[in-house]
Design a protein around this ligand. Structure first.
Ligand code: 5GP
Length: 313
């Protein structure tokens, strides 16, 4: 029998709250304020805790220096499946996990964690987060929301050879450059990454401002395409890669047609790119569904090493 509407609303609110609570715990581990072994210990001891609801894989991915490839290899060694939650582990899996995490107790700052019950020293590490995803999923809207509401996050401004759309401002939306200028920047090694997107224009992330922001302790967000995300992963393995997903494929089509900024030929080209792009989601560290822009933005910011709160409206 279908549950009454009111129950479904309550259940979906509870699910959102639980997701947020799990994101907060992960953020603590990412920031080095809590050791993964502590989180696992609580999750194993208290079945109803937020910690118990965390996937082991997600917990491991929060440990500085562990990327998805190493995490998956480790899960195989521990004989723990990718989808297992901390609270759902068997006895031997628990023992193996705690033993392993005990050896990984060093925090992001490199210091040895003092052990369960003792807070880890705050980490000084800042984060480079890459937001990618299929065309029209709303990456631009989410990153604009972050720029306007989380001033502590530095948003990288890309250079592009495409023409400005109405309302776009040079130096804010993009640096609109000529083909010759883009060639010059490429040759001078000024890009952290660059790519031809939708088989058409070139887009690139200027390296200087990103490095400067990281050096001065700011977290940086890059909103780029998937080819660019792969290049960043290769050159900066510490970067956190986030894949933004549409709630459904139909919604993605609706958003692309609805924004009415592209010709029908261009829409068709972008939809075919989007199909290919969606297949890349498993290469990413985190997936965020863009249901509500504010929620998606919050989830992305939660992955950065900052105690950010939205600026008051
Ligand atoms: P649009 O033309 O709609 O502004 O952007 C088209 C695509 O280019 C989007 O998927 C966007 O994420 C991507 N893009 C924007 N800036 C960069 C960049 O600096 N590097 C790469 N690789 N892609 C970018």
């Amino acid at each position: 029998m279908k549950p009454p509407e009111v129950d479904r609303v309550a259940a979906s609110k509870a699910a959102v709250a639980a997701r947020r609570a799990r994101a907060a715990v992960k953020n603590e581990v990412i920031a080095g304020r809590r050791a993964a072994v502590d989180v696992a210990t609580v999750g194993l001891a208290e079945a109803d805790s937020v910690e118990a609801g965390l996937r082991v894989r997600d917990l491991l991915l929060c440990i500085p220096g562990l990327g998805p490839v190493r995490v998956d290899r480790m899960l195989d060694r521990l004989d723990i499946s990718r989808s297992k939650r901390v609270g759902g582990l068997g006895r031997h899996q628990r023992e193996r996990l705690v033993e392993y995490l005990g050896t990984r107790a060093p925090t992001a700052s490199g210091a040895q964690h003092p052990g369960p019950g003792h807070p880890a020293p705050a980490a000084a590490q800042t984060r480079l987060v890459v937001l990618a995803g299929p065309t029209a999923v709303g990456k631009g809207t989410v990153s604009t929301y972050i720029r306007e509401n989380y001033p502590e996050v530095k948003l990288s401004v890309s250079a592009t050879t495409r023409a400005p759309r109405p309302g776009e401002i040079d130096g804010v939306s993009y640096f609109f450059v000529t083909d010759e200028e883009f060639d010059r920047m490429t040759e001078a090694g000024e890009f952290l990454e660059w790519a031809v997107v939708h088989n058409q224009s070139r887009y690139g992330t200027p390296r200087g401002p990103v490095q400067e922001a990281l050096d001065t302790g700011r977290s940086v967000l890059l909103e780029i395409d998937i080819q660019g995300a792969r290049q960043v992963r290769a050159s900066m393995p510490e970067a956190v890669l986030v894949f933004l997903l549409p709630p459904t494929w139909e919604e993605l089509v609706r958003r692309l047609i609805g924004r009415g900024t592209e010709s029908s030929e261009e829409q068709a080209r972008r939809l075919s790119t989007a199909k290919v792009e969606l297949k890349a989601q498993n290469e990413f560290d985190h997936r965020v569904v863009n249901n509500r822009v504010e929620d998606a933005a919050r989830e992305v910011v939660d992955l950065m090493n900052i105690s950010a709160r939205p600026a008051p409206a």
